[in-house]
Design a protein around this ligand. Structure first.
Ligand SMILES: [Mg+2]
Length: 421
């Protein structure tokens, strides 16, 4: 009764769950909602392999290359050796010394993400990006325009492959949670369709680790209760789950049932755009924090300009050597997406933060985002502002043409107020 067909190659039939009446692929009109979750396969590594043919078929690891660096993406060739996202780079080097280790080219990925978004926008007016390389698309009511969900999903996948020369996987379901789990099951180039009414059956054999909110802390508690699969959770009494696990219990009970009431939120991307850096050696002092923020500010403001957004606020994040975390918020004088305005606000945030303790991480997020065309209150500095923004755009342009980072330090110097050191 489970999967009728499976495809990992991208050219076969999609994985479809079959109901009592046979494959459900023709039941387009019975879908109360149609949600796609599209997720690029090993995004950063795939981009590097696409752009440099000598990397194709080889293990590629993208991430922080210093002693405290962390893997952000491993190609599928590297995953065979146990290299995966979020493991320390030193471990990756031990497991797969023959891999190509690359620092990544963030503004290049941002640009490709923008191209990807343009493809998504052709399919749905309601797109919710979760990160640079994955998004939910609400495809409800598009059957008349595009046909049944699985052929539309296949077409989208082919279009991404043709236009960007990059692989992606798609999950199709009636709710976001199930679509997201589905996109992950047959990677790379997977297409998994969970028709209406099949959610519980689809989820039942999967590990409880696939339930949102279940992490390293709660996993042993679930195991202690004899809950190993999502099916175990679905069969457990909701009262018991809530009694033993509180809010988490209630939450996973409904996910295990395939219930997830959240709509695709096309304003979600507006919430924040951020970047952070973990250091090889702890840093100390306001001046060092500011210095480390400059390239991050460049990255975040380039992302905003690419996305046609401005921020009204900025959040500074500091993680100390003992792993305690602090954040400080500051408002921008007017909605902005240029480095100079960000640094002025960040200086205020830095002043209010404790910076005389050793810190292992510095990060920032642009918050309270608005459209680029939001009318702004004009002020005396608008002439100066326009000049700075034009310069920032020119730098984005040059970086896009000549590769990331070619002008990064230069742009930091050109745009940032004087270095306080
Ligand atoms: Mg991905």
């Amino acid at each position: 009764v489970h999967a009728s067909t499976t495809s990992a190659g991208g050219h076969g039939a999609p994985r479809l769950l079959a109901g009592a009446g046979g494959p459900c692929s023709a039941m387009g009109d019975r879908w109360p909602r149609v949600i796609f979750h599209v997720d690029m396969d090993a995004f950063y590594a795939s981009v590097e392999q696409r752009d440099d043919p000598s990397l194709r078929g080889r293990p590629v690891v993208v991430g922080g290359l210093g002693p405290r660096g962390v893997v952000s993406t491993a190609s599928y060739e590297a995953r065979v050796f146990g290299v995966k996202s979020a493991i320390p780079m030193v471990v990756a080097r031990e497991r797969c010394p023959q891999a190509a280790f690359l620092p990544g080219r963030m503004s290049h990925y941002v640009e490709i993400s923008r191209q990807l978004r343009a493809i998504f926008d052709r399919y749905s007016p309601s797109v919710e990006p979760l990160s640079l390389d994955e998004a939910f698309l609400d495809m409800s009511g598009t059957e008349r325009l595009f046909g049944p969900p699985e052929s539309t999903a296949r077409r989208l996948q082919d279009e991404v492959a043709r236009e960007l020369s990059l692989p992606c996987s798609v999950g199709v379901a009636t709710v976001k949670y199930v679509a997201k789990v589905a996109s992950d099951l047959e990677k790379p180039r997977g297409l998994t369709v969970v028709p209406p009414g099949m959610e519980r059956r689809f989820l039942a054999p999967l590990s409880v680790e696939r339930l949102w909110g279940v992490g390293p802390k709660s996993l042993p508690r679930l195991h202690a209760l004899g809950l190993r699969t999502i099916g175990d959770v679905a069969r457990a009494s909701p009262r018991l789950l809530e009694e033993k696990l509180g809010e988490l219990g209630r939450h996973i009970a409904s996910l295990a049932d395939g219930r997830d009431a959240r709509d695709v939120d096309n304003a979600r991307e507006r919430k924040s755009v951020g970047s952070e850096r973990t250091f090889d050696r702890d840093i100390r002092g306001a001046a060092r924090v500011r210095e480390e923020l400059i390239p991050l500010v460049d990255e975040v403001t380039a992302t905003l300009r690419n996305a046609g957004l401005r921020a009204r606020g900025v959040r500074l994040k500091l993680k100390y050597a003992d792993f305690t975390l602090t954040t400080r918020q500051a408002r921008l004088d007017t909605p902005a997406h240029d480095a100079a305005a960000f640094l002025v606000a960040l200086d205020r945030a830095i002043e209010r933060a404790e910076t005389d303790r050793p810190m292992r991480l510095v990060g920032l997020a642009a918050t309270d985002l608005v459209d680029d065309d939001t009318p702004r209150q004009e002020n005396l500095f608008d002439g100066e502002r326009a000049r700075r923004e034009k310069l920032a755009r020119t730098l984005d342009d040059v970086n896009a043409r000549f590769g990331d980072g070619s002008l990064r330090r230069a742009s930091s110097k050109a745009l940032g107020p004087k270095n306080p050191r």
